[in-house]
Every structure is written in structure tokens, then in C-alpha cells.
Design a protein around this ligand. Sequence first.
Ligand code: ADP
Ligand code: ZN
Ligand code: ZN
Length: 799
Amino acid sequence: MIAKVIVDVPSSQTDRTFDYEIPAEWDGVIQPGMRVVVPFGPRQIQGFVVEVVAESSHAKTKPIQDVLDVLPVLTDELLAIGDWLAEHTLCFKLSAYQLMVPAALRTKVKKEVVLLAKRDHLPSALQVYFEQNDRIEWSELMKQDKSKVKDVSQAIKAGLLEVHYQVEEKGKTKTERYIRLNENQPSLEEIPARAVKQHELLRYVQNVDKPISVSVLLKDMQTTRQTVTTLIKKGFLEEFEQEVYRDPLAGIEFARTEPLKLTEKQQNVISPILDSLDQKSHKTFLLHGVTGSGKTEVYLQAIDHALKQGREAIVLVPEIALTPQMVQRFKGRFGSKVAVLHSGLSMGEKYDEWRKIKRKEVQVVVGARSAIFAPFTNIGIIIIDEEHETSYKQEENPRYHAKDVAIFRGEFHQSPVILGSATPSLESYARAKKDVYHLLPLTERVHNRAMPHVEVVDMREELRQGNRSMFSMTLFEKLKDRVEKGEQSVLFLNRRGYSTFVMCRDCGYVATCEHCDISLTYHRSHHALKCHYCGHEEKMPETCDSCGSEHIRFFGSGTQKVEEELARVLPQARVIRMDIDTTRRKGAHEKLLSAFGRGEADILLGTQMIAKGLDFPKITLVGVLAADSMLHIPDFRSAERTFQLMEQVSGRAGRHDLEGEVIIQSYTPDHYSIELVKTHEYEPFFQMEMTHRKAGLYPPYVFMVLINISHPEITKVITVSEKIVAFLKRELSEATIVLGPVASPLARIKDRYRYQCMIKYRNEPELRQTLREIQQHFIREINQGQLQVSIDLHPYLFS
Ligand code: ADP
Ligand code: ZN
Ligand code: ZN
């Protein structure tokens, strides 16, 4: 038999399968989705088996050297997704497959085969390896006899053995000592009647009737290790090691919740979803519900329905919304059926969660973007909450969007996909209007709770009246009022476009990075300037580099500055600040939020990370310090992002019994993206924004492709960019627009000059082929020199 293998060499020339002979002893063992080691030129490298066939068209094939997985790491479905991603994001197949394998398996790790059952349950051929120990190293086993792989893989399928990967410093999979009843129980007379504790303990273990951890046992029984040891010696109990998962949520209590009785409105939106589940037919729904309209409860009950059908569920939430509060809602309803995947987990923790999914120990995954690749095999429903969030798009290769993968999987499993948002992306809403997606509106908050009252304050007017503070009179008064009443406030500061840069007051010189064309950011803790793109750091200058003036200082309004200002004007207020600096340590995010939840502060001050998912009953005021900081970023989506963010932030207020109020401070209060937040009306915003998109010829009226070209020499960048544009203009149809080349907004990063060009098209059958040719044509130059060409289909970042 022949295995078709995608080898671990990311290049255009090797982005195809190579044939390898399957040694006879591995016949039937090697399957698609397994990783193997194969000879490649003079080297031995890893690869993914994607197909097993009877014959090769090549005369000579080399044999596979080693198998890395005893069971496939990728299912047939995930392999298909990989191929599809490679085609649609123009990445290598290898990169697409690697994306779906936990990082822990990609590192070079020791692998052990571990005995799960009793040794005598194993086929006799394998028993000899476990005489001394209940584990043996994989390489050890392989050295003895390659044909063992077949027996091992069967034993694994039967649940007798398991392969452990030794991940990271803390070593190995974590194990604990466990106790179980010995199969042959001695006579009870072996325990003297007066040894009450021993009798109690034995009865306890008999009752539990499954392995029980020694530490739990000792605690539950209030007894000593000695009692256990005696019972082991007498032959009643036996001790063994069992793997325990590293639990990222250890120590967090999740109170169980029961399904709420749905409101009529919720009933209306859930019933088409349940129909889709019952009919096992794929549909994409856009659940457009204002903040607090009860979307999450709808998700929970739809998932419950899928689980009752014996199917599984994937829930995606934006990384920064993956707070304990959010996780709690799913854990509270589905308990240990839930795995959680996010970037805060260590490599080992991620691997553990992945294995729980693989072993079908969980049925629900709640996670950030990459959780869309959860290796479930019977998906009933996929939910993408806050579907407008740009973090669902990966901004490096493979540049995939989780929504596209979700729809692919929904079609594959014939199951519904639900995109939920209070402020859908223009693209999704336009699709819903054209019935490509099925629109489910939830227009009111649960139990007719009022939407928060929004007031927009004109900061130009404040300035005219002599108020130079970062707080308007109104916001200041209201903050003070809340502190006095013992209610809570949230103060939101958008960080993008608002970093603290250093400027000379005399000549206007701004300190910039010497490797990148970007202003340096002032870091108070080191009293230093830092480049956020390349990490370059330098001392805070004492005088201006340009004119020598001493009047050089930092500008802009970071959260630290707001905190200081608050301490000055409202010294009685207790403030919790949440930004990248205060949440860098693992778990800090949760600690700060729960402190705020317990009422340990009056004001929560923060960046984007507080805009989402917060649900605290005592928040009655939300203040936005500078609403338009985002509006002036040169990006056609800046109005959309502003509206979305303002709606999100105001959604934090008045979610419970107390009414909420929002103060938005702005220098452009008349802009429709800010004006329309007052009435919380999405539809007029959509209409207005669509007219702008139409006029400027932007998505959803067209599709876009962004090509980025970079090189240390500017002349080289320009020449190549011009060649690319000329090629595109020649190959693509006349109706397609090719823009550029122009210097990128960030014209230089890490000493590389950057140019870009853009394609706008409606229907372009030749597109992917043409882009592939560009990739391949410049590959030679990439290998030779320093040129980088990146192609982004459906870009979200234009820097
Ligand atoms: P969203 O996800 O749309 O922001 P949530 O699901 O968080 O809305 O619901 C807002 C609040 O209303 C939550 O406190 C939730 O517990 C409550 N809620 C949701 N559905 C119901 C219902 N059917 N009956 C009572 N309370 C509900
Ligand atoms: Zn730099
Ligand atoms: Zn100066």
C-alpha cells in the first residue's frame, strides 16, 4: 500500500503529496490524518498522511520510517477543511493542517504508551512490555518490533492503552495516585473487628465502585495514609497511577443553572433553530439582538437541544470576552460537558482540553477563534457570538475567518450555524437581507428593560467654556453622583489611535522608531520609549532631538493618565484599572473583574477588554472618554467599528433592575456612527453606512484583496510592486479594479519597506489562479533574497 503524504517543508514546490510505501507490518495501521516520518532527500522529516492508495504512479517509492500518531490526529473532515483553507486563503496545505493540531503535538516530545487497564487484559504479545512498569517509551517499543504498532493501535481503540505526549517543563501528563478494589477480595476476617477505620474505608471504596484518588479518599474519610497502606498490604485494595487533567478552571465554582422560561420573542427566534436541528439541515442564522435581549439564553437552550440529540456544540466568543463570567454561563448549564479553549492556557492545558474533545469526554467547546477546529465528529450546532468581531479573522498565515470555517462545518454536519450580534457586520447583515442568511431579530431587552439612555457631549463646546479636563462637566457630575450613591460606573478609553507619544512642544517633533515609521510609546514604568512593532526601546530623551528644546513630553491619554486624573478630581472614588499593563499576569483579568463584581471599586476604568461580556447589576453609568479616536483611522470600516464599540460599551449599563445611563464624549458628535448610538438603532446606521460603501466601492458591494510587498531596499519594493500590479491588470477582467502600488500606512517596519496594492472585484473567476501565480513567481526571489509578498483575501487590517 502507498501513503500520500504532505511533507513538513513549507514551500510552493513541496505543496503537493509525495508517495511513500507503507511497510507490510503497518498495513491497515496507517490512515489518513496520521503523522509519519519519511525520508526526504538526505533528511528525515515529518508529514501528514492524507490518503492511502493501492498503487503509486512512481516507479520507486521509499518506505515510511516511523509513525508519530497511533490514531489519526486529523479527522477526514479536518483534512478536507485543510484542503479548502489552502485553496481559499492561498496557504500551503501543510500550514493548514498544522493549524488544527495542538501545539503540544508539534513540538519534539517524548511519547509513552501507558497501560490503562490491567496487564492481563492486554493481548499476550503486548503483556511482556508492561511487566515492570505500567508505561513504556514509544521509541523503546518501536526498537523492539515495528509490527507492534498494529497491536498497540488496536489496544488503544479498545481503551486498554493510551499514548501520552510529554509536554513542556512541568513534564508529562499529570498523574495522581488512585485506589481501586482488588479483583480477588480476601476474606473480611483479615480485618480485625476493632479496626473500625479499615472497615469503614473498605466499605466506602466498595460503595464508590470506581477508582478514587488517594488524596480525595483521605480527606473524605478523615483517615491516615496508614489505613490505606494496610488495606493494600492485606490485598483488599490496589494502588495505581491515573492521569488527571490540568484544569485551567480549578478552584472556580460554577453554580448550576436551569433553563429559563423563554419569552415569546426568544421563542420566535429559537424555533427555526430547533427546526434546523430536528431536520438535520444546515442553515446560517443571523441572530440580531440588542444587548441584554437574551441571546445567550437562546444559545444555551439550542445547545441543550443538540446535546439531547447526541450531537456536539462549538461556541466561539471573542478572546477578550472569554471571561469567567461568560464561561460560567456555559459551565453553569452544562457542567463537565464543557471544554474551554483560549490563548491564556498553557500548551499542556490546551492539549488536555483537546484530548477531552477527542475522547468525547466533553460535548461543548467554548473558545476563541481556533476552537472552530475542535475535533468533534458529530457537530449539532455552531455559535459565533459577537460575530462582527474582527478577531475571528487570523491576521497571519493561514489568513482564515472562523465564520467561513463554521459554515463549512455546518454544511458538512448538516447543522445550524448561528451568528449572533447586537451590531452585525455590514457584510453579514447585507447577506441576511438577501436571504443568504436567515435573519432572527430580537429587538427588545428581556422583560422590556429599558435600553440605557445615551447622551453625547460635545467636547469642543467644553473646551470653549474653559474645561480642559478629560472629563466633561456632565460626566464628572454623574460619576460623583454614582460614587455617592454607591452605584458602579465603567469608564471606557479606546486605546487604538490613542497611545502616549512623545512630542516637542516647541517644534512639534515626535519621537519615532528608527526601524519603523511609527511613533514610540512612552512607558512610565521604565521611563522609556518603546516601539510596539519591533520592540525597540530607548531612554526618554531630556531634550528634543530636533531643536534641542527641553519642552519635550508625552501626549495622549492613556488609562494611567485617566487614573491619575480621577485620583485628583474624585479622590474618594475607588478605581480598578484594566488594560494590557494590569492584566499581563495570568489570572489577573479574572481577579480584577471579580473584585469589581464584589463591589470593591466604584469605577472600572479600561480599554477594549471591558467593552464586552460584562454583566454586573450595579453598573448604572458608562462613560466613553473619546468616542472618535477610532473614527479617524484610515480604514473604510472605521465608522462601523465606532458604532459597534459604542453600542457594546453602552450595553454594559442597566442590565438589571437599576436603569443605566451612558455619556459619550466626542469631538464629532454629529457623525452618524455616534449620533445613532443615542437611539440604539442599527437599521438606520446600516442604511447610512451602505450608501457610503456603495459610493466608495467597498465591501459588501465588492470583495477586496490586499497584497503587501516588503523588502529592506525601497527600490526593490517599488519595482516588484509595479510588476505585480501590471500583471494583475493584464490577467484580471476589465471590471475588476486594481489600486496601487502605494506605500503602506506603516511604510516601514523592522527596517523593511512596505508597499501595498489592492484589488476590488465583484466576480473574478481567474482570481485565485492569478494570485497563485504571483506567489509562485516570486517564490524564487523569496528564497534568494529578502522579499516578502503576502496576500490577504477579505482583509480587515490595512496597515
Ligand atoms: P444578551 O446575550 O443578548 O446580551 P443575555 O442572555 O445576557 O442577553 O440576557 C440578559 C439578561 O436577561 C441576563 O441576566 C439573563 O439571565 C436574563 N434573561 C435572559 N433570558 C431570560 C428569560 N427568558 N427570562 C428571564 N430572564 C432572562
Ligand atoms: Zn520599531
Ligand atoms: Zn523640538
